[in-house]
Design a protein around this ligand. Structure first.
Ligand code: ME8
Length: 644
């Protein structure tokens, strides 16, 4: 058992949280819950960035003190995180005393060691972005970052000697492959570091801005908001340097950030730490952006989707799952309500939710609601047990690699495997044939497999996983509550035979794509979009197709069936023997004309009697009105060749 320290960016207190902010925070929450599940002690920090010109101006507009303004704004984040079941260890605000102390201590240290100096500076300044640019950075004389007007400012300020650390940082990044992830962001930073690094202006004169942390060695200045904000990653875990908590948690394991703030985290922050003599965080992980019709979701573009609306409509667990599932962590992803509905219906309702109903129903019907004990183990059973035993280890190693997408896909492959296992072993047939030992084994394995996946999905679908597990008694739920004390929760065989199974309501009901008007400010789908979603929902899973066994069959003999003008009796060779089928093609084909043809036969259809003649299989034909055309293969193939 180790320690794991994870952070989100601290969000600007002025922003109204949207799904972009929610995503970063859910990601960190999910990672932190997985680490807990696998036995780590976790510190998970999030919070708000409360200083700077924008906050000062917003407060002024409302006619309130900046601190009061922040106190009121911060509630929006705290409440949303509560609603999203974000289980942070600490919520830090940069207006806290302790944080101020750490920022000032750090500034003093860097100043005393000569890495901060005083100088006159003339530069182009972007007010909304709160940063200086050089003339050559500008694009069409405007801010290269936000495209807005810049103003020329000349002032005396304090500067941090970043230039001096450029070569060191380049080497550090090259020597530590996990330091900046994903690879694309690392390469961007290495590209950026090919150019000389400009020293960073880390102060603002109070005459222009006084809502900030005072520079400890010059009372006429406050600290640049990014220097202040980045330091939160240290102040949140305890007071500076020789503090036990600091020793315990630093260096941080993962700083999750959006790709918009990679440079501040992968260039400014490491240099600040190096200058202060601290170790660097193990990984800075810059995830992609949620886009709405190819544009970044942001307040300034005006295309934000509010998490609260979606949570109210689809439920918090589904919302968390949909966000985690649909963004490959390092890349951008497009957000749409169709995506939400499709993901819920296919993964949560169809694959996961259905599995629970299936197994609970069968245990109830065949074993009076009590989990049976395993009795006989066939090769098929062994396969499902082996896969179940190795699943937690693979999920764990994906999580250690911050590869949530692969972890999820491994879990869902297993869910589909269990569904297939039930289809193939057909408990209903085992019951009919009185193969009770086999039936017990299949149902025990299916229940245990389901319990395992519920535990492994619990960091994402927290309460729903608990509800699902509650079907298998209170005792199983206790594991979830005491994760740290019970590391074995995810090992195979924990489910006790004899446990009573409770019937519970469908945990993830299918969502009708025809969105009902909920009275909420809801973006209604256009008819075209609705059709698309409907079609998408009607599509069948590849597993359905795989279940149909189709083979090349060579027709050996064909003859009319007495008293029928439409039916022919056909004998086909399908590789492993002869089959007799009855087909309604006599109106289009004469018996003798089809002998020798290589056609396509469905071989695993239930045998039937048609006009008193046995038919064991079905041939395929294209039809248009009265006209029929037998489906045959393009090249001669051996009878029995699989159609795939
Ligand atoms: O930058 N898609 O705060 P901020 C995905 N205070 N993630 C998004 C997103 C989108 N469309 N939009 C925002 C700041 N985010 C500073 C950070 S940290 C020391 C200081 C997420 O309120 C993403 O994590 O602008 C991004 O980096 C962060 O919100 C920016 O939040």
């Amino acid at each position: 058992m180790g320690t794991f320290y994870i952070t989100t960016p601290i969000y600007y207190v002025n922003d109204e949280p949207h799904i972009g902010h929610a995503y970063s925070t859910i990601l960190a929450d999910v990672m932190s819950r997985y680490h807990k599940l696998f036995g780590d002690e976790v510190f998970f920090s999030t919070g708000t960035d409360e200083h700077g010109l924008k906050v000062q101006e917003a407060a002024k507009k409302r006619g309130v003190e900046p601190k009061l303004h922040c106190d009121e704004m911060v509630v929006r984040f705290v409440e949303l995180w509560k609603k999203l079941r974000i289980n942070y260890t600490r919520f830090i605000r940069t207006t806290e005393k302790k944080h101020k102390f750490v920022v000032q201590s750090l500034l003093t240290y860097l100043y005393e060691r000569g890495d901060i100096y005083f100088d006159t500076y003339e530069g182009k300044y972007c007010i909304p972005e709160e940063r200086f640019w050089t003339e050559k950075d500008l694009v069409d004389a405007k801010c290269p970052s936000c495209g807005r007007e810049v103003i020329t400012i000349e002032e005396k300020n304090y500067f941090f000697k970043m230039s001096k650390y450029r070569d060191w940082l380049r080497d550090y990044i090259k020597d530590h492959p996990d330091f900046i992830k994903p690879e694309t962001r690392k390469n961007e930073i290495l590209g950026f570091l090919k150019n000389p690094l400009i020293d960073l202006c880390i102060s603002r004169p109070k005459s222009r801005l006084d809502w900030g942390i005072e520079i400890p060695f010059d009372k006429k200045y406050v600290t640049y908001v990014w220097f202040d904000a980045l330091t939160n990653y240290i102040s949140t875990i305890g007071v500076y340097r020789d503090n036990n908590s600091f020793q315990k948690w630093w260096p941080c394991d993962i700083h999750f950030v959006g790709k918009d703030i990679t440079t501040t985290h992968a260039v400014y922050w490491p240099i600040m730490l190096k200058s202060a003599g601290f170790d660097l965080p193990k990984t800075i992980f810059a995830h992609g952006w949620w886009l709405i019709q190819d544009e970044k979701m942001s307040k300034s573009v005006g295309n934000v989707v509010k998490p609260v609306d979606l949570i109210d409509r689809y439920g918090v667990e589904s919302f968390r799952y949909v966000l985690v599932k649909n963004m490959i962590i390092g890349s951008d992803a497009s957000f749409s309500e169709e995506m939400v509905i499709n993901t819920i219906n296919s993964d949560l309702a169809n694959d996961y939710g259905n599995l629970l109903s299936r197994i609970v129903n069968m245990v109830e019907i065949y074993f009076e609601g009590k989990i049976p004990e395993t009795a006989a183990v066939s090769k098929t059973d062994e396969k499902i047990i082996t896969a179940g035993k190795s699943l937690p280890e693979s999920v764990k190693s994906y999580i250690e690699n911050t590869d949530l997408n692969s972890a999820l896909s491994a879990i869902f492959v297993y869910i589909r495997k269990i569904n297939k296992y039930i289809d193939e072993t057909a408990p209903w047939t085992l019951y009919k044939k009185n193969k009770i030992k086999e039936l017990k084994t299949v149902l025990y394995n299916a229940c245990e497999g389901f319990r395992l996946i519920s535990v492994l999905l619990s960091p994402i679908i927290i309460n729903k996983a608990e509800t699902a597990l509650s079907a298998f008694s209170e005792e199983v739920m206790k594991y979830i509550d005491n994760v740290n004390e019970n590391e074995e929760i995810y090992s195979w065989g924990k489910l006790k035979p004899g446990t009573s199974v409770k019937k519970i309501d469908s945990i993830f009901p299918r969502i009708d794509s025809d969105l009902k008007d909920t009275g909420k400010p809801e973006r209604k789908m256009k008819d075209k979009e609705k059709d698309k979603v409907k079609k998408e929902l009607e599509k069948i899973d590849i597993e359905y197709i795989k279940k149909i066994d189709m083979r090349v069959g060579r027709i050996l003999d064909a003859s009319p069936i007495k008293n029928s003008e439409t039916l022919l009796k056909i004998i086909v060779d399908i590789g492993d023997g002869k089959r007799q089928l009855v087909a309604g093609i006599a109106g289009q084909y004469k018996a003798e004309e089809i002998v020798g043809k290589e056609i396509v036969v469905v071989t695993n259809i239930k045998p039937a009697k048609i006009r008193g003649t046995k038919s064991n299989g079905m041939l395929l034909a294209a039809s248009a009105g009265e006209t029929l055309s037998l489906i045959s293969v393009d090249r001669s193939m051996d009878p029995g060749s699989e159609i795939s």
